[in-house]
Design a protein around this ligand. Structure first.
Ligand SMILES: [Zn+2]
Length: 358
C-alpha cells in the first residue's frame, strides 16, 4: 500500500502528500468523514510515509560460523560473496510517499512499527487486560500521554492514530488535551472520526481538520472488487452504499439475508430483523442504513406516483421520516425496523425492493 492505493480522495491525499513533503507536520490532526471513506487507511499511510527512510532495506548477510577445533588447520574460508558484492541500496526519490521497502515501511505494513501506535477499543482491551468496551477510557489516554513523552525508537516521528475517536469519553478527551496542546517534539496524534461533533470544542480547536468526502461510485466499485466482490454485486453495493464502503458492506449483508428468505413467508420481516448484529451499536447503525434505503426508495415511488398511490406514498414518507428520527434516540431499534418494514410492505415496497438498484 501507498497513497496511490487510496482511491476517491484525490484532493485530500494531495494535501497529505504536500504536508509530508514539506515536513511541516501539524502535531494534532482530525481525519473526519463518513464511515468507510478511507480515513484510517490514509492515517496509516501518512504515518508510514512520514517515517519512511526512502532507502531499500537489506538483511545483513549472516556472519560465517566460528571455526570449530577440527577446522583450525583448514584453509581460511573466503568472506561471503554477498558481503563484498552487495549492489548499492535503491533510493526512493518521491519524498511525499512511502517507499514500501525500507525497514520502517516493512514494519509499518506489518503493524509492528515501534513508533506507530494504533489506539482503538481492541488495543485498549489488551492494554488494560479486560473485555473490549465500546468506549475509549481515560486510562488509555494517560498511557498515550506517557508514550508521547518517550523518544522514538526507530524513526524521527512518533505517530498515534486514535481510531474511531467518537468512542472517547469526555473525560478521556480531556486527558488527551494536554498532549494536543503541548505535543512533545516529533509527536503526531491523528484522530479518525465519523462525526467531528462528537469531539469537544477544545479538542477541535487544537487540531488541523482533514476532511474525507463520500467516495465516487466508480472508486467504491473498484475498492469492493479489490476486496473480492464480483463485478455485478460490486456495482450494486457501490450504488447502495452511497459513497461509504461501510454502508456497502451493510447492504451486502442485507442482500444475503433477504435472499435467504422464502418469498411468501408471512414472518419474513421478523426473520430478517432477527439477523441484525448482536452488537447494539452496529445493529442501530444497520437499522439507520435500512431506513435511509427505505426513504430513498419511497421518494422514488412517490415522485412517479399519481392519484391514490401518491397519497399512500406521502403517508409512508412522513411515517418513515419520523421513524428515522427516532432511530437516533434511545428507542428499540428492532421495533423501529419491524414497524417500518411492515408499513412499507403494506404500501407496496417489499424488502427485496430496498436493495434493488434499478
Ligand atoms: Zn520506506
Amino acid at each position: 500500500m501507498s497513497f496511490s492505493n487510496i482511491l476517491g480522495q484525490d484532493k485530500t491525499v494531495k494535501r497529505l502528500r504536500a504536508l509530508i513533503e514539506s515536513r511541516r507536520i501539524p502535531p494534532a490532526m482530525i481525519f473526519h468523514g463518513a464511515p468507510g471513506t478511507g480515513k484510517f487507511l490514509a492515517a496509516a499511510e501518512f504515518a508510514k510515509a512520514l517515517n519512511c527512510s526512502h532507502t531499500e532495506h537489506r538483511e545483513k548477510p549472516a556472519a560465517p560460523p566460528p571455526p570449530s577445533d577440527d577446522d583450525l588447520f583448514a584453509a581460511a574460508a573466503p568472506a561471503p560473496a554477498a558481503a563484498r558484492e552487495l549492489p548499492p541500496a535503491k533510493v526512493h526519490t518521491d519524498l511525499s510517499d512511502s517507499c514500501g521497502s525500507c525497514l520502517s515501511c516493512l514494519q509499518a505494513a506489518s503493524g509492528a512499527h515501534p513508533d506507530i501506535r494504533i489506539v482503538d477499543t481492541a488495543f485498549q482491551a489488551a492494554l488494560l487486560d479486560e473485555a473490549e468496551s465500546a468506549n475509549l477510557k481515560i486510562d488509555t489516554m494517560r498511557e498515550l500521554t506517557r508514550w508521547a513523552q518517550q523518544k522514538p525508537m526507530l524513526s524521527d516521528w512518533k505517530v498515534f492514530i486514535v481510531r474511531d475517536a467518537e468512542a472517547l469519553m469526555p473525560a478521556a478527551q480531556n486527558a488527551l488535551l494536554k498532549t494536543l496542546e503541548e505535543p512533545p517534539p516529533g509527536t503526531v496524534v491523528i484522530l479518525t472520526v465519523s462525526r467531528k461533533t462528537s469531539l469537544l470544542s477544545t479538542i477541535l480547536s487544537r487540531c488541523c481538520l482533514v476532511e474525507f468526502g463520500l467516495l465516487p461510485r466508480a472508486a467504491a466499485k473498484t475498492l469492493l472488487e479489490a476486496q473480492g466482490t464480483g463485478p455485478d454485486d460490486a456495482g450494486a453495493l457501490a450504488a447502495l452504499g452511497g459513497g461509504s464502503l461501510e454502508k456497502s458492506a451493510e447492504a451486502g449483508s442485507f442482500l444475503k439475508r433477504v435472499s435467504a428468505l422464502r418469498p411468501g413467508d408471512p414472518a419474513r420481516v421478523f426473520k430478517f430483523s432477527s439477523g441484525l448484529p448482536r452488537d447494539s451499536h452496529k445493529a442501530r447503525e444497520e437499522v439507520k442504513t435500512l431506513l435511509d434505503l427505505l426513504l430513498a426508495k419511497t421518494r422514488d415511488r412517490w415522485s412517479s406516483a399519481a392519484g391514490p398511490a401518491k397519497a399512500r406514498f406521502t403517508t409512508l414518507l412522513r411515517r418513515t421520516l419520523d421513524l428515522r428520527r427516532m432511530a437516533d434516540r434511545n428507542v428499540s431499534y428492532m421495533l423501529l425496523l419491524e414497524t417500518a418494514l411492515l408499513e412499507s410492505e403494506k404500501a407496496g415496497i417489499k424488502l427485496e425492493d430496498l436493495i434493488r438498484t434499478d
